[in-house]
Design a protein around this ligand. Sequence first.
Ligand code: HAM
Length: 428
Amino acid sequence: MNPDKNPEIKENVQSVRGMHDFLPEESADLIEIEQAARDVFSQFGYKEIRTPLVESLSLFERALGQTTDIVEKEMFVIKDQGDRLLCLRPEGTAGVVRAFLEHHLDQKMPLVKLFYIGPMFRAERPQAGRFRQFIQMGAEYFGNNSPFADAETINLAFALFEKMGMQSIEIQINNLGCENCRPKYQKELLNFLKKHENELCNDCQRRMIKNPFRALDCKTDGEKLQGAPKSLELLCDSCSAHHQRVVHFLEIMKVPYKIVPTLVRGLDYYTGTVFEIYPSGKTGSQDALAAGGRYDNLVQDLGGPATPAVGFAIGVERVLNFVSQNKPAVNEKAIFLALLGKNAEDIGVSIRQQLLNKDFRVGTAPDRSLKSQMRLADSLGVRFCVIIGDNEINENVMMLKDMKNKSQKKVPINELILTLEKEMGQQS
Ligand code: HAM
């Protein structure tokens, strides 16, 4: 078809609203963060699990709760050829619990500690820090109901942020109580909400009776309800003792925390300890870097044996946003090899190989002029540039240029690696 006659063909194809590309530079940051996270997960005894991006719709309806924002309005639902209702996973916990049950992981693993890194999908209104496809890295720990497991899980989240270079965070914690004490809290909260009914948004007015927690977590109403009853004041003895123990362990682990008695979560499966992590000084709903807590009834609610569990998930794009803002401009282990002429290329090939073997990242573009190669080295953010031309070859040296302070010196060819490692303070 002639594209001139069909305006649709001429239009540029755009990415889907709320979904974004990871261009090479962002991908490099992403890989770095994932690698750092994998190290910490493994240190804490977690093994990776990968579940499908598509699950049955009913899994999330049952796990997350019918009155949650996600189930009510944010699911990407698909009908397959057999008219079965499926959906793109909006979060990771439900799928991991499904896999835990389907594969009887409690019988196969001595300790069921699982982590995942992958995309999630929510049809939310896109804005800064809120996407329709976003990456979560999450951890789920099954079979341990002690407060130590709660503290260890929060400790893991803290360790991940430390390793990713984000020290300036605020960990908020609360306890929502159990089947025994939560109904009392829900009742008091409902009474409070009824008194403020006129100030609530339509969604909260409608959902208030079924689930008063939603109002505290609501993106519009949450802020207005600071005077609401506090769950911690209404906990039963057992939940109160559990909470005290969690806090006690966090103190010993030197994990900073802040108790926020109005903190609830936007998903229904939580019981007992809940927590959210924010960048220091920013607590808007699209600022949360991570969130989690206990969900002691979920395995049973999805048809399994009574199994306590605790976990959390980190929003990777939100972390990347901070990490890329605070990234050092110069890449210390990167070298640019500026080669001038055929002889230099011949020598350069073997030097490049030696540098790669020593884990340096090496950039080259011998087809360009010296000026253009230097400009490229600058824009790649390398710390050192190694220049080889006919003059250097005749003297059996190379010119080593420090791109930070612009000084340069001659280095004998066979001493290059040693000199670089010395200069970079990482002689091996
Ligand atoms: P969540 O609070 O819904 O919890 O999400 C966890 C984190 O994912 C948030 O704190 C945020 O950083 C990130 N996130 C959520 N929605 C978006 C979005 N639209 N765009 C960008 N980032 C987003 C859960 O998903 C639970 N499954 C966490 C959990 C695991 N609880 C126990 N185990």
